[in-house]
Design a protein around this ligand. Sequence first.
Ligand code: HXC
Ligand code: NAP
Length: 186
Amino acid sequence: GGGTGLGKAMAQKYSELGGKVIICSRNINNLNKAKDDIEKVTHNEVYTKKCDVTNIDNVKELSEFCKNNNINPNIVINNSAGNFICPTEKLSLNAFNKVIDIVLKGTLNITKIFGDNMIENKNGGCFLNITTTYANTGSGYVVPSSISKAAVNNLTKSLASEWGKYGIRFNAIAPGPIYTEGAFSR
Ligand code: HXC
Ligand code: NAP
């Protein structure tokens, strides 16, 4: 989820600090625009790869792409999200599944594949999961997002405990409301 909003801003900051950054999402136009915008400011190459995090084959291809280009991510940010602001009785189960697939299963797909790589490489690393304040409290009108982000918080704590022995750190940030087109258009 690095082509727009908070993901793009974080990618730019890492690039400014000299990081070798790869951004991924479904929409290649978002990625290409972000690449151009960031490189103009940082003069540091940004890599892009189209990847739908809900599609495990896409995530495996991303991992292969990284290996083939000598990109060995030691910081992975799970920022992709989908959200409907909608009364729950008006949401179909398909709509629920759409959000759960992106927020929870997408985070899991990326974490499993890149975590396995980190363990194999024995260099440790760091995962940063972007959640929400309502993940701790629950919230009406965003229930698919709320339950998925709560599960991501739990995944963060569970793997911080289990994979600390491999030198892999897990953190989550729950931003307050920050104006982005993706969030505020909803
Ligand atoms: C209710 C809706 C809906 C809506 C679609 N659906 N829009 N239900 N309200 N506004 C239903 C459809 O009828 C369909 O169900 C099902 O959802 C899937 O529809 P699709 O057309 O396949 O999905 P689509 O609308 O194309 O994509 C949904 C999405 C998309 C994948 C979630 O919006 C997306 O890509 N979002 C990414 C960007 C994003 O959401 N960013 C916000 C992050 S903000 P049926 O049964 O009819 O098939 C955030 C936290 C903010 O996470 C916190 C602020 C404090
Ligand atoms: P955003 O711009 O809509 O960001 C969401 C990103 O996820 C998009 O770049 C989108 O790109 C990507 N994405 C969606 N589905 C994907 C999929 N299946 N595979 C890969 N990428 C996918 O909104 P944002 O506000 O910056 O949100 C960023 C993060 O912050 C989210 O996790 C959100 O829940 C969290 N957050 C935001 C706020 C806020 O106030 N803005 C508050 C709390 C938490 P594509 O469409 O190109 O795939």
